[in-house]
Design a protein around this ligand. Structure first.
Ligand code: SF4
Ligand code: FES
Length: 249
């Protein structure tokens, strides 16, 4: 396959940035999108040019490091697929593909396609933990969890923290991510001790980071590689109201 890429190049947070056009040739349709960028970068390096900066780690869709806006869609055209799991066979030979970073005030561009997602780390630090006694691990059946609750917690826990939900949201909201974390711990018995304070602290960290509010557009779920359902935001709102009414705010 041969493709033409229009890639966002930005030297740093203060640089204005611009789209730069590259031709990438002789790409296998079985190559991943990131492998195609690797080919581009090898050529740029051999030519003495600056390679395109982008984040990645596992390349298996589980770490949440990768992410870019491809043809205007966070993580590209394939539903429920992180950028590292997207393959070139989903594009046409000869296609022109636009590649941009997540665009959100809360995710400033570090360089090219790499953005600073430290705001997510601060939300996790504000409440993404439980209090548990130290010592040997308890028996697995010591705390029994109803199957529907376990399934709900597991579903929410599959959020990999990639940030696509923020990039897709017209409000730049981080609510799907925050709600996934609140729901994951809030429905389990082990997460009850901090349940009220967790939701208050995580929402405070979310708002402080500059994310916008949720207006139920649903763009977040549509691009989420783990298809985290939008109703976790309802769970978050429920927990937030309950915590506010409990007078612990
Ligand atoms: S909710 Fe989905 S899109 Fe948002 S950070 Fe988690 S995995 Fe990524
Ligand atoms: S590189 Fe880990 S999810 Fe894509």
């Amino acid at each position: 396959m041969n493709v033409t890429l229009r890639v966002w190049r930005q030297n740093g947070p203060q640089d204005r940035g611009r789209m730069v056009t590259y031709d990438v040739t002789d790409i296998s349709e079985d190559a991943s999108f990131l492998e195609m960028l690797d080919v581009l970068n090898e050529k740029l390096i051999l030519d003495g040019d600056d390679p395109v900066a982008f984040d990645h780690d596992c390349r298996e869709g589980i770490c949440g490091m990768c992410g870019m806006v491809i043809n205007g869609v966070a993580h590209g055209p394939q539903r429920a697929t992180a950028t590292c799991q997207l393959h070139m066979r989903h594009f046409k030979d000869g296609e022109t593909i636009d590649v941009e970073p997540w665009r959100s005030a809360a995710f400033p561009v570090i360089k090219d396609l790499a953005v600073d997602r430290g705001a997510f780390d601060r939300i996790i630090a504000a409440g993404g933990y439980i209090t548990a006694p130290t010592g040997t691990a308890p028996d697995a059946n010591a705390v029994q969890v109803p199957k529907p609750d376990a399934d709900r917690a597991f579903e929410a826990a599959t959020c990999i923290g990639c940030g696509a939900c923020v990039a897709a949201c017209p409000n730049g909201s981080g609510m799907l991510f925050t709600a996934a974390k609140v729901t994951h711990l809030g429905v389990l018995p082990q997460g009850q001790a901090e349940r009220n304070q967790r939701v208050l602290n995580m929402i405070a960290a979310h708002d402080e980071a500059g994310f916008g509010g949720c207006t139920n557009t649903g763009e977040c779920t549509a691009v989420c590689p783990k298809v985290i359902p939008q109703d976790v935001i309802g769970q978050l709102n429920h927990d937030f109201l309950a915590a506010t009414r409990s007078g612990r705010r």
